[in-house]
Structure formats: structure tokens, C-alpha cells
Design a protein around this ligand. Sequence first.
Ligand code: NAG
Ligand code: NAG
Length: 368
Amino acid sequence: MNLNIFAIRLFISIILKIDYIECACTLPTVLNGNIWDSRRGTIVFSNSNSELSSGWEVSVLAQTWTIFNCIESDSTHWLFQSTTSVEIYGPKYYGFYCVRYTKITDYSYYYYLDSNMEVNAADTRISFIEESIVNAGVTLSSVCNPTSGPSPEEFHVLVKKDRQADVKQWFPDALLGVYAYTVTDASSSVFCGSGSVWDACTNRTTISYNYTQCSTQMFGSTDGEFYATKYVTSGSTSYVIIINADSTTSTRFTCLAVSGSSVSSNSGSCVKGQSATTNTADSASVVISLSAYAFTSASAAPSSSNVGIIVGVVVVLILLIAGAIGGFIFYHKYKKKPFPWQKTKVQNGSEENAEKPDDESKANGVRV
Ligand SMILES: *[C@@H]1O[C@H](CO)[C@@H](O)[C@H](O)[C@H]1NC(C)=O
Ligand SMILES: *[C@@H]1O[C@H](CO)[C@@H](O)[C@H](O)[C@H]1NC(C)=O
């Protein structure tokens, strides 16, 4: 009898345990090892135990939470809890990151932190929950309900390390074009200007700077090439996080806020309320003024070669029509005494017209 009760209890506890595991956290398999985070630089996940082992450290009154475990997830959120609790003016607290995520590509996500800004943690968006409350049980819905949550521009991106070329998205309309650019840095020095080239037209996912035309390196890039990872538009301002295409760099991400022809930069993610016309507190922040690029006769060469292509196409079309008429006359002239090879040739000729040009819609990135 005792043994039966024991067996039933064991059975129930196994079921409960399974239920518990099922409502826990599943992180996408790509979040394993080194991940580039626009908010924090390189961070480290261990997918097998749903752990964020490095990169999201938070210091509170000279104590630090270092490791966070994902304790619950759904299709829009991951809830991370610090592995330790720290004393804050008496009671002990755990720190919780409420990560509201959206997949962009197989190698990139963007996210918001659904917590208020915490003054005791240098304004990080993180929730402090008392140990006794945590021990009684917390969930996504009980933790992730900020009264003053993030604004649209406060997004961040996660990119699998070394996958910068696989996460390209389109730039916002205001940045698509070829421009000359004038850069004003934090100490009011002015660079570039007339003759400089900002090309986000050749590829709508890529900004290429021509360092021959203006040698000032932009946003820590030695090659002068950046890809858009994600942009959002709020009011008349678009915010885009760009990723440096260089294989190694100390500045992987930069946010550009753009409104009209004015752009401001901030290293990493955008800052709350970032204006397109003023520097942020970041010492590397610059303000850029875009102007229409003055095409020279040399740089206008592509359009004259377009004229060449059009003329060529017309000539080929005329030749084809002439050939078809000639073939038609030839066919009718010898129609009364056909040879087998003539018939085959005409059928092949008509098949030729069935060919269609390649689909061009798979070019470049996907607009989000
Ligand atoms: C534009 O994209 C194509 C295809 O991805 C690439 O071959 C080319 O080098 C790119 N051009 C520039 C200027 O980045
Ligand atoms: C950059 O400018 C130089 C000098 O005008 C030019 O020769 C070169 O082709 C340009 N590079 C690109 C990628 O357009």
C-alpha cells in the first residue's frame, strides 16, 4: 500500500516536472556562443541551458549580476532572471530582463526591453523583484508590464558573430540615394563636404563611402561599408542600426537617426529621444548634412551606357523582325515542296519566343 502511494506520488511529480519544463524557456538555436548585441557589444549565450553567461552585467550599489537564466519564453518574449540576488537598502532582489524580440533573418533579431528605466542601475531597463516574491513564483505577465516602457527608437539588434553579410535589410527611404555629406563631430570640427560620396543607391542595403573622395573614416570602418540591420520610423524620423562590414572592428554597430537631410549618429543602439539634428552624449557622435551628389561627366557615364543599351536593344529587335519576315517569305516560297529539316527549323523558331526574362524580384533585401 505504502509502495503504491509512493508510486502515485512519483508519477504525479514526474508529470508536474514535465509541465514545468514545457512552460520554461526555449531560445532559438542560433543564440549560442558569441552574439553581437548593439546595446552591449559581444555577449555570450549557452543555448543548452538557456543561459546568458556574459555581456549583460548590471551593477547595483557596487554589487553585480553577471549571469542570467531564461526562465520563460513565448513567441514575443524571453524572460531572463539573474542567478543571484543582491541586497538593495535592506531586502534582497533579483534582476529581470524582459526581452521583447522579433526575428529579422536567420542570423538576426531586434528587441526592446519591457521594463522601466532603473535609476539604481544607471538607467538600464531592468526589473528589480524582491526575493520573497520571486520565490512565490513570477511569470512573463507579472514582470513584463512597465508603466513607462521603451519608445520606438529604443530597439536593439542581435547578430550572430561574423554573420554581418547575412543580415542585410533595406535602408529607410531618406537614406536611399547618392549624396555628398558634411560631418560635424562632437568638437565642432567639420569634415568632407563637396565631392564626398555616400552611396546607398547601388545597393539599397549598403552604404558605401568613397574614402578616395573623403578620407575621414566613418563610424570606425576601415573599408567604408555598412549594412542596415533594421530601421523603425516614428513621426518624421527614421532610426536605423547599421553594422560595420569590417571583419574586425571596435565599433560594430552605430545608430543613425535621419530626418530630411540631417543625420545624427550614436555608437551602438539609438538613444531615447535621439534627434537627427543634434549630437548625442556619445563622444563619437556626429551630425551629418546630406546634399545631392553633383554627378560629374565621368560619374555620369553609367547613364550614357544605358543609352547604348537601349540603342542596342532596338537594333536587335529590328534585326529579329527583319529575320522573321525573311523567314516567313522563305517558308511560303518553298512551302509546296517541303523537306523534313525545314519543318523542324520553323518549330524551333517559334519555341524561341516562349523564353522569358529572369525574375528580378529576388534582388537585394526584404523591406520590413
Ligand atoms: C552590391 O551587391 C552586389 C550583390 O550582392 C555585390 O556584388 C556588389 O559588390 C555590391 N556593390 C556595392 C557597391 O556594394
Ligand atoms: C571613388 O573615387 C575615386 C576617385 O574619384 C574613383 O576612381 C573610384 O572609382 C571611386 N570608387 C567607387 C567604388 O566608386
